[in-house]
Design a protein around this ligand. Sequence first.
Ligand code: COA
Length: 201
Amino acid sequence: MIDYCEIHGDVIRTARVVLRPWSYWDITAALSIYGSPAVAHWLEPEMSLVTDRGSMADILADWVEESAAAVPPIGRWAVTVPSSAGAGDVVGGAALLPFGPDGQDLQIASQLQPASWGKGLATEAGHALAHYAFSQGAVELFAVARPHNRRAAKLAERVGMEGVGESDKYAARELQVYRLVQADLDLPAGGVLIKPPETGL
Ligand SMILES: CC(C)(COP(=O)(O)OP(=O)(O)OC[C@H]1O[C@@H](n2cnc3c(N)ncnc32)[C@H](O)[C@@H]1OP(=O)(O)O)[C@@H](O)C(=O)NCCC(=O)NCCS
């Protein structure tokens, strides 16, 4: 459950996090996530450990361009928390991506830098992104987790997803599959507010 969710175009806010599109300038923060072995361990082989700034910059450039060209709700977001500097600190990443052999399913995925684990930020970001997906016409969302990825499994359950078993439909290995329909997503106490896109971020 989250307190509120505001959707301004592709910027999504809750009480504690703001999801906004990745920028070319997020290299250092993105490396604290995707350059962390504790995160990359669970993403491989789909995404390998990012070991240097040049590789991270290339990946960010792809994500920025892909997201700008994508049809909502498809996209990739930086998960930020308020900072004294005002722009927000990037603590994680989240994505809504086509998924499955024919790309017919919609996957919700998230990652946090390890220093930000255990605070409920991924749960809050996951709720917010699910509200965004349904506001854009998604019918159902799927998440996958490798066996023994306890944090990913708990995250899916906290967002209200239902475990629907293991499948090798999505990767070369068996993955735990979770499914969410809109009826199973908690409405924030303060509702979901949809506003026109923000400018000047
Ligand atoms: C999956 C991942 C994002 C989950 O991160 P997480 O920090 O465990 O999840 P949350 O941010 O929702 O935090 C939940 C924890 O914070 C605690 N918490 C503290 N304050 C909280 C609050 N206000 N609200 C909710 N939970 C809170 C919860 O009790 C829970 O504790 P637990 O770890 O003892 O169960 C993170 O482990 C990760 O990046 N893993 C590697 C990548 C990955 O596997 N991604 C998933 C597949 S794409």
